[in-house]
Design a binder for this molecule. Structure first.
Ligand code: FAD
Ligand code: NAD
Length: 475
C-alpha cells in the first residue's frame, strides 16, 4: 500500500464511501479507512446505514408488513390463507443476507473505482498525517493532501437506562432480536421508535412508546403528524406523550420503567426496552488535539457551509457534522467535498432535503411545514388530496392519508410538500425535484401524470392549491 494519497477518507458509511468513489472518479488517489465491526467480529464497509440502520430496518419493515397483511388483509382481496406462521429466524436470515450483499457491494464499488479500501481505525495528526491501525493490528502512517472525516454517529444513551444489550437495547440490538418480545417499551417516538416499534408490533409484541414531548412528531407538519398518530393508535401502538422517564430496573428477566407525565408518576414493565432518543456525533480518538479540528458544544465536528474544518484541507461530512442525520444528506456532502477538492463546482441544497419515515402509512416531506411558514410570516396557499380519492390507492387497499402542497401566495413557488400514504417515500422524489428546480404549483398542474398512479395525488394536490382539483371536491 502506498504511504501517500491525494485523499484519505475516514469512515465508509453513506457519507464516506461516496466521497471516496467521487474523488477516485475525479482522478485522485484515494484511501478509505473504516473501523466498522459486526457483532460476530467481522469487518464491513457501509457504516451504520448499511450494517445497522437504513437497510436492515427496511428489510424487517417489509417482512413484518407482509406478515401483517397476510394475516389481516388478504381476505379482503378474496384470498383465504390459513396457517400463516412467523419464522423469525428466516426473516432475520433474509435481513442479514441483504446487509451482507449490500456491504459487499460497497467494497466492490470502492475497488472498481480504484480506491484503496482498508478495514482499520484511523487517527488524524497535524499536517494531515493519518495513523492507521489495521483490523489485523498492523500500524502504518499515511500522508494525505486532503482528509475527509466521515465518522458518523452512535445512539444516545439515557443515564437512567444504560444499554445492557439484553434488556435495554439500542437500535442495532432491536434489529437483531431472535424472538418477539411479548411486551416492548420504546423510549422516543422519533423515526427509529416508530419504525422499529412498528416492526415488533406487526410481529405480535405489545408495544408502548414513551415520548418526552407533548407534541407528536414535533418536526413534522402537524396535520400530517395528527393523521399519523391516528393510524398508529389504530395499529395498537400505545403512544404516551409528555412522558419523562425517571428510572428503570432490570430484575428477573424483565424491565420496569418509571416515568412521569402531567397526571403523575407511572411504572410500566416489559420484556425489553428500546432506547431511541436520538443519536450523537461520533469522533472518539479521531483526531489529535493539535490537529486543528474543533468540536461544537454538542460534539459535532465544526465545519463551514462547504464542510471545511478549522484545519487546512481537512473536511468533515455526514452525521458527524451539523444538519439532519440522514444517509442522503451525508452522501451529497461527501460527493460535494470530493468535487471541491478536485476544483469542480459543487453545492448541497440544505433547504431541500427529503425526510421519510417508513411506517405504514409511510410519511414523507420536503421543505417547510405549515407551522414554519406561519412562524416565518410567509403567506401561503395549501392544496390537499386524500388517497381515498385515488383509484390506484384504492386498488392497493392503501387509501389512508393524503398529499399536501404548500405554495407561496404571491409567486406560486412550492414551499413544502407533505405526504402520508402509500409509498410516500417514493412520491416525495417528484416533489423534491420540483422544489430543487423552484417549480410552482402550476408547473406540477401542467405536468402530465400517468393514470392510475399514486403520483396523481401530487398532481391533484397541486390543482387543489388553486381550488381546481378534478378528482376531489374543492373546498
Ligand atoms: P455512519 O454510517 O455512522 O458511518 C461512519 C463510519 O465511520 C462507521 O463505519 C464507523 O465505524 C467509521 N468510523 C468512525 N470512526 C472511525 C475511525 N476513527 N477510523 C475509521 N473508521 C471510523 N437514514 C436515512 O437517510 N434513511 C433511513 O431509512 C435511515 N434509517 C435508519 C435506521 C436506523 C435504525 C438507524 C440507526 C439510522 C438510520 N438512518 C437512516 C440514519 C443513517 O444511518 C445515518 O444518517 C448514516 O448512516 C450516516 O452516515 P455517515 O457516513 O455519516 O456515518
Ligand atoms: P429522533 O430525533 O428522530 O427521535 C428521538 C425522539 O426521542 C424525539 O421525539 C425526542 O423528543 C424523544 N426523546 C428524547 N429524549 C427522550 C427521553 N428522555 N424520553 C422520551 N423521549 C425522548 O431520533 P431517533 O429516532 O433515535 O433517530 C436517530 C437519527 O437517525 C435521526 O436523526 C433520524 O433522522 C435517523 N433515522 C432516520 C430514519 C429515516 O430516515 N427513515 C430512520 C431511522 C433513523
Amino acid at each position: 500500500m502506498p504511504d501517500a494519497f491525494d485523499v484519505v477518507v475516514i469512515g465508509a458509511g453513506p457519507a464516506g464511501y461516496p466521497a471516496a468513489i467521487r474523488a477516485a472518479q475525479n482522478g485522485l488517489t484515494v484511501a478509505c479507512i473504516d473501523a466498522w465491526k459486526n457483532r460476530d467480529g467481522s469487518n464491513a464497509f457501509g457504516g451504520t446505514c448499511l450494517n445497522a440502520g437504513c437497510i436492515p430496518s427496511k428489510a424487517l419493515l417489509e417482512s413484518s408488513e407482509l406478515y401483517l397483511r397476510a394475516n389481516s388483509e388478504f381476505a379482503v382481496h378474496g384470498i383465504h390463507v390459513s396457517g400463516v406462521e412467523l419464522d423469525l429466524a428466516a426473516m432475520q436470515k433474509r435481513r442479514a443476507g441483504i446487509v451482507h450483499t449490500m456491504t459487499g457491494g460497497v467494497a466492490a464499488l470502492l475497488k472498481a473505482a480504484g480506491a484503496t479500501a482498508i478495514h482499520g481505525t484511523a487517527r488524524l495528526r497535524p499536517g494531515r498525517l493519518v495513523e492507521v491501525t489495521s483490523a489485523d493490528g498492523a500500524q502504518s502512517e499515511i500522508k494525505a493532501r486532503h482528509v475527509i472525516l466521515a465518522s458518523g454517529s452512535v445512539p444516545t444513551e439515557l443515564k437512567a437506562l444504560p444499554f445492557d444489550h439484553r434488556f435495554i437495547l439500542d437500535s442495532w440490538d432491536a434489529l437483531e432480536l431472535a424472538s418477539v418480545p411479548r411486551k416492548l417499551i420504546v423510549i422516543g417516538a422519533g423515526v427509529i421508535g416508530l419504525e422499529l416499534g412498528s416492526v415488533w408490533r406487526r410481529l405480535g409484541a405489545e408495544v408502548m412508546v414513551l415520548e418526552a414531548l407533548e407534541k407528536f412528531l414535533a418536526i413534522a407538519d402537524q396535520q400530517l403528524a395528527l393523521e399519523a398518530m391516528r393510524h398508529f393508535k389504530k395499529q395498537g401502538l400505545d403512544i404516551r406523550l409528555g412522558a419523562k422517564v425517571t428510572g428503570a430496573l432490570v430484575a428477573e428477566g424483565s424491565v420496569s420503567v418509571q416515568y412521569q407525565d402531567g397526571s403523575g408518576a407511572h411504572s410500566l414493565s416489559a420484556d425489553q426496552v428500546i432506547v431511541a432518543v436520538g443519536r450523537r456525533p461520533y469522533s472518539a480518538d479521531l483526531f489529535s488535539a493539535d490537529s486543528g479540528v474543533g468540536l461544537d458544544a454538542r460534539g459535532f465536528i465544526q465545519v463551514d457551509e462547504q464542510c471545511r474544518t478549522g484545519a487546512e484541507n481537512v473536511w468533515a461530512v455526514g452525521d458527524c457534522v451539523r444538519g439532519p442525520m440522514l444517509a442522503h444528506k451525508g452522501k451529497e456532502e461527501g460527493i460535494a467535498v470530493a468535487d471541491r477538492i478536485a476544483g469542480r463546482y459543487a453545492h448541497v441544497n440544505y433547504e431541500v432535503i427529503p425526510s421519510v419515515i417508513y411506517t405504514a402509512p409511510e410519511i414523507a416531506w420536503v421543505g417547510k411545514t405549515e407551522e414554519q411558514l406561519k412562524a416565518d410570516g410567509i403567506s401561503y396557499k395549501s392544496g390537499v388530496f386524500p388517497f381515498a380519492a385515488s383509484g390506484r390507492a384504492r386498488a392497493m387497499q392503501a387509501a389512508a392519508g393524503f398529499a399536501k402542497i404548500l405554495a407561496a401566495s404571491d409567486t406560486d413557488t412550492i414551499l413544502g410538500v407533505h405526504i402520508i400514504g402509500p409509498l410516500a417515500g417514493e412520491l416525495i422524489a417528484e416533489a423534491t425535484l420540483a422544489m430543487e428546480f423552484q417549480a410552482s404549483a402550476e408547473d406540477l398542474q401542467r405536468t402530465i401524470h400517468a393514470h392510475p398512479t399514486l403520483a396523481e395525488a401530487l398532481h391533484e394536490a397541486a390543482l387543489a392549491v388553486d381550488r381546481r382539483a378534478i378528482d376531489n371536491i374543492n373546498r
